[in-house]
Design a protein around this ligand. Structure first.
Ligand code: NAD
Length: 251
């Protein structure tokens, strides 16, 4: 079995974050399940066993980011893999979109990716090794109505990935993004529930917002996204950087 690596998964207590954490643990890595919701992070980690630890993290807060990264370095001496996954959604037409929701979505999904990368980078540079995977979305390359902040943040993640992959290259740090399609997690379920509240069946809601644009005509499994993350984080994926991989069932 290969050497155990230290992994941070932000938003690790959520639907995708948990599946990603589980796959790393299954291959004997040590995972910090880092989440705004400390209780959920600790619960997730205890389900994952002795190679997972729950930790409170607010990716929008530079002090929290620095403190968490330093405490992990103090304990484990190194961070080999960072998965920037924390996220949330808010839907409203642009002319009704509340500024505080815009600020929140941008700060969690764009500023958060920047801050985590900024503070992990020096340790990865020093060791001349690192793997960073940023969870963007199919909305990193396309648009849907009523998702102005989400789409802007996810397009931004593509930009952060591209810049940091260039800066990381001399230090054997690879940076890639993954663009998941629709995955049944609490984040997606809330959107389906909203559509069902206005009278659509779940099937109609899916067909309205997803299927016309997706060739496989099905939801993606969290494990399918997690497999892509683990692949891009592998030591063997040393030649892959600055890529934006869609795991969307053909969107
Ligand atoms: N579910 C989908 O269909 C889908 C599709 C494409 C992309 N994504 C992306 O995948 C990622 C995970 O989404 P999910 O569907 O698992 O959502 P989720 O709501 O299940 O989980 C998101 C997690 O992020 C955490 N979080 C929120 N704000 C945070 C902060 N400031 N600091 C740290 N953690 C914070 C939440 O507590 C939660 O545990 C998100 O970036 C999302 O945009 C999801």
């Amino acid at each position: 079995m290969s050497k155990q690596r230290t992994v941070i998964v932000t938003g690790g207590a959520g639907g995708l974050g948990y599946a990603i954490s589980k796959k790393f643990v299954a291959q004997n890595d040590f995972v910090f399940v880092a989440d705004l919701n400390q209780e959920a992070a600790e619960k997730a980690a205890s389900e994952l066993g002795e190679n997972a630890r729950g930790i409170a993290l607010d990716v929008t807060n530079e002090e929290s980011v620095q403190a968490v990264i330093q405490s992990i370095i103090d304990e484990r001496r190194y961070i080999e893999v960072l998965v920037n996954n924390a996220g949330l959604q808010h839907r409203a037409p642009v002319d009704e979109f509340p500024l505080e929701k815009w600020d929140l979505l941008i700060s969690v999904m764009l500023t958060g990716v920047f801050l985590m990368t900024k503070h992990v980078f020096p340790f990865m540079k020093e060791k001349e090794f690192g793997r960073i995977v940023n969870i963007s979305s199919v909305h990193g390359k396309m648009a849907s109505p009523e998702k102005v902040a989400y789409v802007a943040a996810k397009h931004g993640v593509i930009g952060v990935t591209s810049v940091t992959s260039i800066e990381g290259a001399p230090f054997n740090i690879t940076v890639n993004s993954i663009l998941p399609g629709p995955v049944r997690t609490p984040l997606l379920q809330r959107q389906l529930d909203d559509l069902m509240e206005v009278g659509k069946t779940e099937q109609e809601a899916l067909e309205t917002i997803l299927y016309p644009r997706q060739s496989m005509n099905r939801l993606i499994l969290p494990e399918e996204v997690a497999s892509g993350v683990v692949y891009l984080s592998a030591n063997e994926a040393s030649g892959i950087s600055g890529e934006h991989l869609s795991i969307s069932g053909g969107m």
